[in-house]
Design a binder for this molecule. Structure first.
Ligand code: PLP
Length: 459
């Protein structure tokens, strides 16, 4: 079976082979597509209304982490809904929120002081931006001139306007430009496959990127920068690209030199996905603020959040002591109860260790089976977070034309009953538009047989 086939995007129009506009009342992401209807789930399988049973090798978009249909999580969520489905967080908290935040803070080994729970990764990023800004406004002495953010090209930090401005994914930004938030500038991402010169060592590459960041601070005014924002492993925009060794230490040093905060966006790569609970634990740095999402609740409820270190929290505490932010559904009790149970299961079943060992099998298997494929340019990732980037010419690293939609074609073909596998499509790793990749990010509880099956099927 050959899932990787690169010349048939038009044949793939319409998930079910249909291309006529549907009668659906839903504003789907593509109005001309038929969407597959999910009726049930079982373990790591999606079961469709038409009877198809699809192995979810990407956990949605790296969301599912303990698989589907978990009774413990369902019971905990149900109990919370029956007992106390909602409370405003102006005056109230719940045991579920308190215990979840305690678990999260404790998981950082004392580095982080408080956790803040919202409903999506984009909201978490918006909150992170505002918390960083408020910190400097309330600092004594205050530094209100720190209004600027520096982020990276080919990054994704969410779809709401602030988070979108922070991100560097051209496709997702271009129709909305000029964006409302104009105080963001961007530097190069750290992507050795695409941008490290062949003769450069990792150290030289890191030194070049550190100089670029330093130059950007100088350009915009070093004391006007609030924070540098980056994903430890770039997910949707580049397809699971970790940085080279020493990169984040060097970036942290530049931030420290100019007194700016470091915000790490772990919405996609965090909460165990990388093989450690937090991806920064492999980088030798600790962020000032960290966002988390997807694997926090494993898809059982919409939940995301941020963690802030003692410096940031103490700064606010010594100022007004009020974080001027809030959502109606912030700290939602049922979402917290679900996520708490998901995290307990991850701990009890030692699933992060399984991520690390199954991840090794996955990377070795992919390399062995498709590393030599003439159109596989690069296989990269960490833990159970792997990206495969496709090129039309392997020596020149030429990407496929945007209109061909290679990754989308491969993902759609995976849904054919002959393969019945879900892999997540993406593009943009080369320049924000070009650079097709698929993401393979199964649940943390996959077994050796699942990995073997994924590797066999993706070939
Ligand atoms: N940050 C990163 C790194 C992401 O990958 C995503 C979503 O894919 C977001 C933020 C936004 O999260 P959400 O889609 O839950 O709003």
């Amino acid at each position: 079976m050959v899932l990787i086939k690169l010349d048939s995007a038009s044949e793939m129009k319409g998930t079910n082979g249909a291309s006529a506009p549907t009668k659906s009342a839903v504003l789907h992401r593509d109005l001309s597509e038929e969407f597959l209807s999910l009726s049930s789930t079982e373990g790591n399988y999606l079961i469709l209304e038409d009877g198809r049973r699809i192995f979810d090798a990407s956990g949605g978009a790296a969301v599912s982490c303990i698989g589907y249909r978990n009774k413990r999580v369902a019971d905990a969520t149900y109990k919370q809904i029956i007992d106390a489905p909602y409370c405003s967080t102006v005056f109230y908290t719940t045991k579920a929120q308190e215990e979840l935040c305690r678990l999260l803070v404790d998981s950082t080994g004392g580095h982080m002081a408080r956790a803040y729970i919202v409903s999506s990764g984009s909201e978490a990023m918006e909150a992170a931006i505002k918390l960083a800004r408020q910190y400097f406004v309330e600092l004594k002495p205050s530094q209100p001139q720190r209004t600027r953010f520096i982020s990276r090209r080919q990054s994704y930090h969410g779809i709401t306007l602030g988070a979108l401005a922070m991100g560097g994914h051209k496709y997702r930004r271009e129709k909305f430009e000029p964006l409302l938030m104009r105080n963001v500038s961007q530097v190069s991402p750290c992507n050795a496959f695409r941008f490290k010169a062949p003769e450069q060592t990792d150290e030289q590459y890191v030194a070049r990127l550190a100089k670029e960041l330093d130059d950007e601070f100088q350009e915009v005014g070093p004391d006007t920068v609030c924070a540098f924002v980056a994903e430890p492993i770039v997910g949707a925009a580049q397809g699971c690209v970790p940085s080279v060794a020493g990169y984040f230490k060097a970036m942290r040093a530049v931030c420290d030199k100019y007194g700016a905060l470091l915000i790490l966006d772990e919405v996609m790569c965090g909460m165990g996905r990388s093989g450690t609970l937090h991806a920064w634990q492999q980088e030798g740095v600790v962020p000032d603020i960290q966002t988390i999402g997807k694997a926090l609740g494993g898809g059982y409820q919409p939940i995301a959040g941020l963690l802030a270190n003692h410096k940031v929290i103490d700064g606010i505490a010594r100022g007004s002591s009020v974080f001027v932010h809030g959502h109606t559904y912030q700290g939602h009790p049922a979402c917290c109860a679900a996520a708490l149970e998901v995290q307990r299961i991850i701990q009890e079943e030692d699933l992060v260790a399984n991520v690390a060992s199954m991840g090794q099998l996955l990377s070795q298997g992919l390399e062995k089976r498709i590393g030599g494929h003439p159109n596989v340019g690069n296989i990269r990732g960490r833990g159970l977070f792997w990206g495969v980037e496709f090129v039309s010419d392997k020596t020149r690293l030429t990407s496929f034309p945007e209109a061909v939609h290679v990754a989308m074609g491969i993902s759609k073909r995976g849904l054919d009953p002959r393969y019945a596998i879900n892999v997540y499509p993406g593009a943009g790793s080369a320049d924000g538009l070009l650079g097709d990749h698929i993401i393979i990010s199964p649940a943390f509880n996959v077994k050796k047989e699942d990995i073997e099956w994924i590797v066999e099927t993706v070939v």
